[in-house]
Design a protein around this ligand. Structure first.
Ligand SMILES: Cc1cc2nc3c(=O)[nH]c(=O)nc-3n(C[C@H](O)[C@H](O)[C@H](O)COP(=O)(O)OP(=O)(O)OC[C@H]3O[C@@H](n4cnc5c(N)ncnc54)[C@H](O)[C@@H]3O)c2cc1C
Length: 462
């Protein structure tokens, strides 16, 4: 590590990685530090007992191909492939979709008996949504306008998005519409080769562009002099820099890296009122080498809850889960099958458990997942030779996010993420925040937006 950089990027999540790459391509001297021993942040993977598990590679919108091509290079974009079979099984309907406007329109007309004009008007309204629109209308009001009382349709339109970013019916309709619209443009996509390959390729690309990457290095304090950033403390060592891009938790960036004293009272009050998003639980099932499982869909949204209910989706008593099934085709040349069950969760429900209760609750997650998969794949228990579970505590431990937040903050957080450089010139925040800027696409794109701001800031000072 040198003693001086133009920019220090704190955190190797998709936002931090993309910002670092963009700034290095612009000719800046960049150091990227990551507290964990692996890059990726929430978008990560792990090896256990001969299995490999992807944590957050369930599906992203087609826009990711364009972003990867533009900000990482064509060899990344070539690996973006469609996830074609998305299945929904719940008490209100049972169907399969490619999750795009054409197929959803057909299903809404034929399965849900919604008049064509209403479906078209709904999709036109979604397509027209943007961040600068009215932010007072809630998703509930938006649905009520087009599909009054049709909770089956609301569920069809909303449940996957709640899994994807934790949003509820009572948040601004634009936060739903923009994310839903991104998926609806062309469907759901994944990265051929898995998260491990993508991160390895990113590491190579960063090195080729001159980004220095330091793993196992934690940033603890922003050094501020004359009201602007002059450096950062990394593993107890002062490193000089002109700008910091923090990819970590927005709350910790403001309150720990900077500290309340260096921020205006108005900013502190406002950020204290921002709600962190909810968290997640996951169950990982590794299938024995040599065993095969039949195709049951790529993504299966399974619920026994009578209707869509964002609170019930997070409840400790599991009634809804999404299964991502990984067939050998995802890692060409391999023969591995694995299944990952994902559930939304609340940190508070897990934090209060004793060590023994925590172990029992984790075991119950695994049993629930196995019992549910058994409905699709009878005899699956005999084929599974590895199981484990992650909880909000796990996500907090590995990423440092307050409450193990999976999607940063609720909608109102974006303003405070973007407002940070006005409080402390030279300090920028990027990363999943405010619903829209979360997920693989949102985080990567936000990294670019922030990198452009950093570049402008540095140019204005030279
Ligand atoms: C279970 C789960 C499933 C998901 N599924 C999908 C999906 O299918 N599709 C999709 O699009 N999105 C999905 N997501 C969301 C998506 O993965 C995230 O929104 C995105 O990866 C977040 O990127 P980020 O830039 O905010 O960084 P993060 O992933 O939050 O990473 C931040 C990094 O900063 C590091 N850091 C923090 N503080 C410090 C410090 N002080 N010093 C050094 N390093 C620090 C952390 O260790 C971490 O590596 C999922 C998330 C989860 C948890």
């Amino acid at each position: 590590m040198d003693t001086r950089y133009d920019i220090v990027v704190i955190g190797g999540g998709l936002g931090g990685l993309t910002a670092a790459n963009r700034l290095a391509r612009a000719g800046r001297k960049v150091l990227l530090v990551e507290q964990h021993t692996q890059l990726g942040g929430l978008a990560t993977y792990f090896h256990r007992k001969g299995h490999i598990f992807d944590v957050a590679l369930h599906g992203f919108p087609a826009g990711m191909r364009k972003s990867l091509r533009k900000y990482w290079g064509p060899r990344f974009a070539e690996r973006v492939i469609q996830v074609k079979s998305i299945r929904f099984h719940n008490p209100q309907y049972r169907l399969e979709s490619t999750f795009d406007t054409q197929d959803f329109s057909r299903k809404m007309e034929e399965d849900f008996r919604i008049p064509r004009e209403t479906v078209q008007a709904f999709f036109a309204a979604v397509a027209g949504m943007n961040y600068y629109d009215d932010q007072t209308m809630t998703t509930r009001e938006f649905f009520q306008k087009f599909f009054p009382g049709r909770t089956d349709v609301w569920r069809f339109l909303m449940e996957p998005i709640t899994y994807a970013n934790g949003s509820t019916l009572d948040e601004p309709a634009i936060s739903y519409g923009i994310v839903f619209g991104n998926f609806m443009s062309e469907g759901v996509y994944t990265f051929l080769g898995g998260t491990d390959l993508m991160l390895q390729m990113m590491r190579e690309e960063l090195a080729a562009n001159g980004v220095e990457v330091a793993l196992g290095v934690r940033a603890t304090k922003a050094l501020i002099d004359g009201g602007r950033v002059t450096g950062v403390v990394l593993n107890d060592k002062n490193i000089a820099c002109d700008a910091i891009v923090s990819n970590g938790s927005l709350f910790r960036t403001a309150f720990e890296l900077v500290g309340r004293d260096a921020l205006s009272a108005e900013y502190v009050r406002g950020l204290e009122a921002v709600r962190p998003s909810t968290s997640s639980c996951q169950v990982y099932l590794g299938i024995k080498k040599g065993e095969k499982i039949p195709f049951i869909g790529d993504l299966v949204f399974h619920s026994t809850h009578p209707e869509f209910d964002a609170q019930a989706l997070c409840a400790p008593k599991i009634t809804s889960r999404t299964f991502s099934v990984y067939y050998p085709e995802i890692r060409p040349g391999g023969e591995e099958y694995s299944i990952v069950a994902s559930m939304n969760a609340r940190f508070q429900d897990w934090e209060k458990l004793s060590k023994e209760e925590y172990a029992v609750a984790k075991n119950a997650l695994v049993e629930d997942a196995l019992n549910t998969v058994e409905e699709y794949l009878p005899g699956i228990r005999a084929k599974v030779d590895y199981t484990c579970a992650a909880t909000p505590m796990t996500f907090r431990r590995y990423t440092g996010h307050i409450n193990g937040a999976t999607f940063g903050t609720k909608f109102e957080g974006l303003k405070f993420s973007q407002g940070l450089p006005k409080e402390v010139p030279g300090l920028f925040h990027t990363g999943s925040v405010g619903i829209i800027m979360s997920g693989w696409l949102g985080a990567a794109n936000y990294g670019v937006i922030v990198a452009n701001e950093v570049d402008k800031y540095l140019s204005s000072r030279s």
